[in-house]
Design a protein around this ligand. Structure first.
Ligand SMILES: Nc1ncnc2c1ncn2[C@@H]1O[C@H](COP(=O)(O)OP(=O)(O)O)[C@@H](O)[C@H]1O
Ligand code: SF4
Ligand SMILES: [Mg+2]
Length: 321
């Protein structure tokens, strides 16, 4: 039995001028129907590559999937042809929103033209019915004065308004699984909160599942049931968000959480870490780990249950029982 959404033994690399560069190695990640899962990692950790791999959009031939299964509602997406993914999954059942709304919206067409084109393509609606549906979608993402917004060009909207339009377009075809790749990254903090609240409300009202990708752990702990911490393409800690964020076990998660400023002493604790040499055979975090020991250079720690038995961490020094 697989979960509603489940990744198994996924290994992805990129072919570069310097050779094959491993980017992702995820042994297991599962999301239940109707759950919001938060995936957190710093820039370059492999978050976008994971999103693209799920959707079958990994750039080819540079991107190589060495192994793995990505189960979605009983089917392995990695076994689907490009034609099947395009006609039956992407946009229809799986939707994605990107961090930069301007790269998704075309600056030379009005919002109305862009939303209505998608509605016509996927739902076959025309004329007044098509416009009515567009207005409904803008209402759904809480954009006031929808009729007026439809007449505007992307540059006439604020960043937050544009991101709402993108969410409306992404969900226009009734997708049941949404991948939100750092949707608030380029927005002001005050606007970020509104977009997060909107995604949370839509997840509940539409009963969709969400893979919410962020580079900051403080964005996910409020509304994600489970959280995974990605470091250099590997999950180093995973479990219920309250446990991972309040009792982080892996030194990397602790670093991320202490980077959310609380008091001066905590900031200092991690400010003086001496960068050590890489340990090619050992723990991927060794070079930056404040507590790493000789043993950490010898082998790679597995993602295994920690003392509370409810969440998992990949570190030799965490307490297991
Ligand atoms: N088209 C590509 N060719 C080669 N390497 C790439 C390509 N896209 C991404 N990468 C590499 O894959 C790694 C993960 O990138 P990415 O998934 O974009 O990180 P994140 O989204 O977590 O910031 C990075 O080291 C990046 O340089
Ligand atoms: S295994 Fe060692 S180097 Fe890796 S995170 Fe744990 S203590 Fe640090
Ligand atoms: Mg990214």
């Amino acid at each position: 039995m697989t979960a509603y959404f489940e990744i198994r033994n996924l290994a992805v690399s990129f072919r570069t001028f310097e050779g094959i560069h491993p980017v992702l190695k995820i042994e297991h990640l599962a999301i239940e129907r109707g759950e919001t899962y938060g995936l957190v990692g710093e820039s370059g950790a492999g978050k976008t590559v994971l999103a693209l791999t799920i959707l079958g959009l990994l750039p080819k031939p540079a991107g190589i999937i060495h192994s793995g299964e990505i189960w979605f509602d009983g089917d392995d997406l990695l076994k689907k042809s490009e034609q099947e993914l395009a006609s039956a999954y992407r946009g229809k059942r799986l939707a994605m929103i990107f961090q930069d709304p301007m790269s998704t919206l075309n600056p030379v067409f009005t919002i109305g033209q862009q939303i209505e084109r998608v509605i016509e393509q996927h739902q076959g609606l025309k004329g007044a019915a098509r416009t009515r549906r567009a207005v409904e979608l803008l209402d759904m993402v809480k954009l006031p004065d929808a009729k007026n917004v439809l007449r505007k060009y992307p540059h006439e909207l604020s960043g937050g308004q544009r991101q709402r339009v993108i969410i409306a377009i992404a969900l226009s075809c009734g997708a049941e699984f949404l991948i939100a790749d750092e949707p608030t990254r380029n927005l002001d903090v005050t606007i970020q909160a509104g977009i997060l609240k909107l995604i949370d409300e839509l997840q509940k009202s539409l009963r969709i599942s969400v893979l919410f990708i962020a580079n900051n752990v403080s964005l996910v702990n409020v509304f994600c049931k489970n959280v995974g911490i990605l470091y250099r393409g590997k999950l180093v800690e995973e479990g219920p968000s309250a446990l991972v964020t309040r009792q982080p076990q892996h030194p990397y998660t602790q670093t991320l959480i202490s980077a959310i400023p609380r008091d001066k002493s905590e900031k200092l604790r991690f400010a003086n870490i001496k960068i050590k040499p890489e340990a090619p055979q050992g723990c991927p975090f060794y070079s930056r780990c404040p507590i790493g020991v000789e043993q950490c250079m010898q082998g790679e720690p597995m993602l295994e249950p920690v003392e509370d038995q409810q969440h998992r961490a990949a570190c030799f020094l965490v307490k297991r029982d």
